[in-house]
Design a protein around this ligand. Structure first.
Ligand code: IPM
Ligand code: MN
Length: 352
C-alpha cells in the first residue's frame, strides 16, 4: 500500500519526536511491504518565522492532498507573555482544525502496567483504566462570536452548537462505544447551559439506534471529580470543545506521563494524529523528550486512517517492549540509565 502522509513537525520538541515516529513508521512499512511518501509543511512559530503566519496556505494544500497528517506540537514561549502579538502559533492550530474540518478529537487514557506507580493517583484507583474522551473540536466557545463593548471594558465569548454538530460527534461516540465497553457518557452542564440541553436532547434521541450502548448523562463538574476518583468506571465520554479541553488535560495525568498519550483528530477532509503533550520548549534541541506519544500516534494513524491493524499492533508491541526493557527517556528512567530521544527511536525502529 502507498501511504501519503503530511508531516507537520511544528515547534519545540516537535521536530525531534516526529523524527522518531518517522523512523518507526518507515521500519514498520518496510516490514509489511508498504511505501510511505512523507511531505513536510510548516506550522506554528516555525511558520510565523518563515512566512509570517502559523498555518500557511502551502501547508493547508499539503494536508488536503495527504491521506493523513502526523503532527508534532506548536507553541513558543516568546508569544505567551506578549499580549500585543498579532499572530500566535495557537491561531494556526485553530485555523487548521477549522480548515481541515477536524471535528472530533479522540484522546485515550490508559495505563501501562509497568508504569502504574508513576501516576500521582493510587494504583487501586487507576488499575484497568481504559477510557476515551471524544472532544468536539470545531465548534462551541472556541469559534463563537467574541468581542468587546463599553469602550473595551466588557468582553464576551459566545458558545453555539447546532444539532448537526452534536449528532456527528455523538455518532462517532456511539460507534466507538460499540467496539469497546458499550458505555457512553455525555458530559454537559445541562442544569445551566442551553447548548448543553441541546447536546442532551440530541444524544437522547440517538439512543434508540444503539440499543446495546448504556448511556449516562453527567455534569462536567461531577465528571472532573469522578475522573480522578474512579477513572476505570468510564469507557467513552463525549463532550463539547471547552469541557473537552479541560477534561483531557486532567485525564492525561492518570497514565503517569504526558509523554505517553497519543491522540487523533478525525476530520471531514483528512485526519490528524498528534501527541497530547505540547512543545515543551525547555527540552527543545536537547534530545531528551519522550517520543512515545508521537510513536503511538503513528500507530493510531496506521489503524484509523489506513485500516492497518497489524502494523499498529506491531508499533504498540515494540513500545511495550521498550518500556519493559527500560529503553526509555529520562522522564521514565528513574534511577536507571536514561536513553536519548533519538536512541529510543533507533531502538524501536530496529526492533519493530
Ligand atoms: C489543546 C490545546 C489547544 C486547545 C490550544 C493550544 C489552542 O490546549 O490541543 O488541547 O485549547 O485546544
Ligand atoms: Mn488543551
Amino acid at each position: 500500500m502507498k501511504l501519503n502522509i503530511a508531516l507537520l513537525a511544528g515547534d519545540g520538541i516537535g521536530p525531534e519526536v516526529i523524527d522518531q515516529a518517522v523512523k518507526v513508521s518507515n521500519a514498520v512499512a518496510a516490514k509489511f511491504g508498504h511505501e510511505i511518501a512523507w511531505t513536510s509543511g510548516l506550522t506554528g512559530a516555525a511558520a510565523i518565522d518563515a512566512v509570517g503566519e502559523p498555518y500557511p496556505d502551502a501547508t493547508h494544500e499539503i494536508c488536503m492532498a495527504a491521506d493523513a497528517v502526523l503532527f508534532g506540537a506548536i507553541g513558543h514561549p516568546r508569544f505567551d507573555n506578549d499580549p500585543t502579538a498579532k499572530v500566535r502559533p495557537e491561531q494556526g492550530l485553530l485555523k487548521m482544525r477549522k480548515a481541515l474540518g477536524l471535528y472530533a478529537n479522540v484522546r485515550p487514557t490508559f495505563t501501562f502496567p509497568s508504569l502504574i506507580d508513576n501516576s500521582p493517583l493510587k494504583r487501586e484507583r487507576i488499575e484497568g483504566t481504559d477510557l476515551i474522551i471524544l472532544r468536539e473540536l470545531t465548534g462551541g466557545i472556541y469559534f463563537g462570536e467574541r468581542g468587546r463593548r463599553d469602550d473595551g471594558d466588557t468582553a464576551y465569548d459566545t458558545c453555539t452548537y447546532t444539532k448537526e454538530e452534536v449528532t456527528r460527534l455523538a455518532k462517532l461516540g456511539f460507534e466507538l462505544a460499540m467496539t469497546r465497553g458499550k458505555k457512553l457518557c455525555c458530559v454537559d452542564k445541562a442544569n445551566v447551559l442551553e447548548t448543553s440541553r441541546l447536546w442532551r436532547q440530541t444524544v437522547q434521541a440517538m439512543e434508540k439506534d444503539y440499543p446495546e450502548v448504556t448511556v449516562s448523562y453527567e455534569f462536567v463538574d461531577a465528571v472532573a471529580m469522578r475522573l480522578v476518583q474512579w477513572p476505570n468506571s468510564y469507557d467513552v465520554l463525549i463532550t463539547e470543545n471547552l469541557f473537552g479541553d479541560i477534561l483531557t488535560d486532567e485525564a492525561s495525568v492518570i497514565s503517569g506521563s504526558m509523554g505517553l498519550m497519543p491522540s487523533a483528530s478525525k476530520g471531514i477532509h483528512t485526519s490528524l494524529y498528534e501527541p497530547i503533550h505540547g512543545s515543551y520548549p525547555q527540552a527543545a534541541g536537547k534530545d531528551i523528550a519522550n517520543p512515545l506519544a508521537t510513536v503511538l500516534s503513528a500507530a493510531m494513524m496506521f489503524e484509523d486512517a489506513f485500516g492497518l491493524t497489524a502494523e499498529a499492533a506491531a508499533i504498540r508491541d515494540v513500545v511495550n517492549k521498550s518500556l519493559a526493557e527500560g529503553v526509555v527517556t529520562e522522564d521514565l528512567a528513574g534511577k536507571n540509565k536514561a536513553y536519548k530521544t533519538s536512541e529510543v527511536g533507533d531502538w524501536l525502529a530496529a526492533n519493530v
